[in-house]
Ligand binder design. Structure first.
Ligand code: AHM
Ligand code: MG
Length: 342
């Protein structure tokens, strides 16, 4: 008996086991939600398999068309989008999907009454980096269907503020493939074991350090930022937060945020002249990152307002994003945000 208990407690916990145990906290949970999340893990395993072999197959490079944002679609963008849609659309509980790669929300071919959830995602964020072997990622966010929403109005399912997300996460295809997710009960990280083909719990109850020593921003645009962003960066560089900082900027949101989650610090994508509303998308980039940041003890704003309280008006709406550790974020909010600093 002792031997059995010892073996069981030492065994690896897969993401499916973890989600099932989380689900037991909710009386009457039917298993649909864990089935939905297993659709996401399946799709991301398919995506990572292509990412890992990208130089060996004919999947690198442009697909020869543009997405709704006027950005060149990479072949891997198209593959990743199809993998997500194929893996989610037939799960009976999913009614609506919305993707960075599709102009409109997608209505899933399910019985209306069975569908309880909407999933929004960026299937392959940072994909312009893929040809040079830099980390990329998938972001996702899950909403419950609003009470009065029906499938004839799919936008109603997804145009909800981030504080209504019931789960959110990302997968970073880096030196290993890691999925980080939250269902509102802390943040957990799972590393894909390529020998087994399963995501194994590797980072339980992740918390962001109170203060880090990296700031992360595309400084090439600093002449374009509203001046308080530049002033803040200078303040950080001058050691005013009590320590010296280094800069890190990959240009791949998931990878830049993953480092910020683990090491602390601050990531900023301010408004620029090219992107006066910010570049990142509220629904499927900023919202999932913000939910994870808050669940891990960090803070996420658009420079003045909490990201999770922003009411989206359009699926592909953009937002500035400032996210990170408590110390860096409080300093920005108190002394550099025009709304607070007068
Ligand atoms: P994408 O969704 O088209 O891949 O663009 C989003 C990416 C983010 O991953 C990253 O934070 C940002 O664009 C980098 O932009 P820039 O090259 O302007 O710094
Ligand atoms: Mg993106």
């Amino acid at each position: 008996m002792n031997h059995f208990l010892r073996t069981a407690s030492m065994s690896a916990i897969t993401i499916q086991q973890h989600i099932l145990s989380e689900q037991q906290r909710f009386p009457g949970a039917s298993g649909e939600f864990s089935f939905l999340l297993s659709g996401i893990t399946l799709a991301t395993k398919k995506i990572q398999a292509q990412v890992r072999r990208a130089g060996l197959t004919q999947i690198l490079g442009s697909a020869g068309n543009e997405n709704v944002q006027g950005e060149t679609q990479q072949k891997l963008d198209v593959y990743a989008n199809e993998a997500m849609i194929d893996s989610l659309a037939m799960r009976g509980s999913v009614g609506v999907l919305a993707s960075e790669e599709d102009e409109h929300a997608i209505v899933c071919p399910n019985e209306e009454g069975d569908a309880k959830y909407a999933v929004v995602f960026d299937p392959l964020d940072g994909s312009s980096n893929i040809d040079v072997n830099v980390s990329v990622g998938t972001t996702f966010s899950i909403f419950r269907r609003p009470d009065d929403a029906c499938l004839s109005d799919p936008d109603r399912w997804v145009l909800q503020p981030g504080n209504r997300q019931i789960a959110a996460g990302y997968v970073v295809y880096g030196s290993s493939t890691v999925m980080v997710y939250t269902c509102g009960n802390g943040v957990h990280g799972f590393t894909l074991d390529p020998n087994v083909g399963a995501f194994i719990l590797s980072h339980e109850h992740m918390t962001m350090p109170r203060q880090g020593s990296y700031y992360s921003v595309n400084e090439a645009y600093s002449n374009d930022f509203p001046s308080h962003f530049g002033d803040y960066i200078q303040h950080v560089r001058n050691g005013k937060l009590g320590r010296s900082y280094s800069s890190r900027y990959i240009g791949s949101l998931v990878a830049d945020f993953h480092r910020t989650l683990l090491r602390g610090g601050i990531f900023m994508y301010p408004p620029t002249q090219t992107h006066p509303e910010g570049k990142l998308r509220l629904l499927y980039e900023a919202n999932p990152i913000a939910m994870i940041a808050e669940q891990a003890g960090g803070i996420a704003t658009d420079g003045s307002r909490r990201i999770l309280d922003l009411q989206p008006n359009a699926i592909h709406q953009r937002t500035p994003l400032v996210v990170g550790s408590e110390v860096e974020m409080r300093e920005f909010e108190s002394n550099f945000c025009p709304a607070n600093s007068g």
